[in-house]
Design a protein around this ligand. Structure first.
Ligand SMILES: [Zn+2]
Length: 231
């Protein structure tokens, strides 16, 4: 299903590979791009500049597979380098924002095969734009599953081990785990129940909500009482 034969009409198409961290989506992207290269198709590969965990000029999977890539600041930059390509690979699509949708549509209209990999959910389990929209416009979708690092079930959530930072905190095994639905919920509940400073390393033990909404009418928590951390 994932090795698509170019149609005679010369029409392009979009393939999306999504899943949690450690689900092998980058590995799958690299596999498809490699096969295109072996077939002597002209391939261009991109990733957002934000993700330089392993290398600036390569896409690298957790299993150490790598393929040369170009780092871009914006989705539009891809158009500048894609003219000659027959196959376009894009990793970490969730970091390229809504402009990515128009870019991949244009490339597919030009007759190119466009393959985008990315996280479909953020660490809160919320759809990570623009991946949900990409899934809607893609011709082919692959969802990759990881193995839950707690219980071994199939996992489709990315669990952040420390409850700090915004939506985008680039990290590896020190920060993130793949978890199944159940273990993800249990972990999130435990984080919500624990005193804030335990997870953030902050010395201010007051609930985050109290600090952030200073002046807002809010009943103070009873001493020692744990409060649900704001999301
Ligand atoms: Zn589990």
């Amino acid at each position: 299903m994932d090795e698509h034969i170019p149609p005679r009409s010369g029409s392009g198409w979009i393939e999306v590979v999504v899943g949690s961290m450690y689900s092998g989506k980058t590995e799958e992207l690299i596999r498809r791009l490699r096969r295109a290269q072996i077939a002597r198709q002209r391939v261009e590969i991109f990733k957002p500049i934000i993700d330089d965990r392993y290398a600036k000029d390569h896409i690298v999977s957790h299993s150490e597979l790598r393929i040369p890539s170009r780092s871009v600041k914006t989705a539009k930059e891809i158009l500048r380098w894609a003219h000659e390509a027959q196959v376009i690979g894009i990793d970490e699509g969730q970091f390229l924002g809504p402009a990515l949708l128009d870019v991949v549509e244009r490339l597919a209209r030009q007759g190119k095969r466009v393959i985008v990999a990315g996280l479909d959910q953020d660490y809160m389990g919320q759809p990570f734009e623009p991946m949900p929209q990409l899934l809607a416009i893609a011709e082919y979708i692959t969802k990759t599953l990881a193995i839950c690092m707690v219980c071994g079930s199939p996992a489709n959530r990315t669990y952040r081990k420390v409850a700090r930072g915004g939506r985008v905190v680039v990290g590896g095994a020190d920060l993130y785990e793949a978890r199944c639905r159940r273990c993800y919920d249990l972990g999130r509940r435990a984080q919500a129940m624990a005193p804030i400073h335990e997870f953030t390393g902050e010395t201010d033990a007051r609930p985050k909500t109290a600090r952030r909404t200073a002046g807002a009418r809010r009943k103070p928590s009873a001493p020692g009482r744990v409060r649900k951390q704001d999301r």
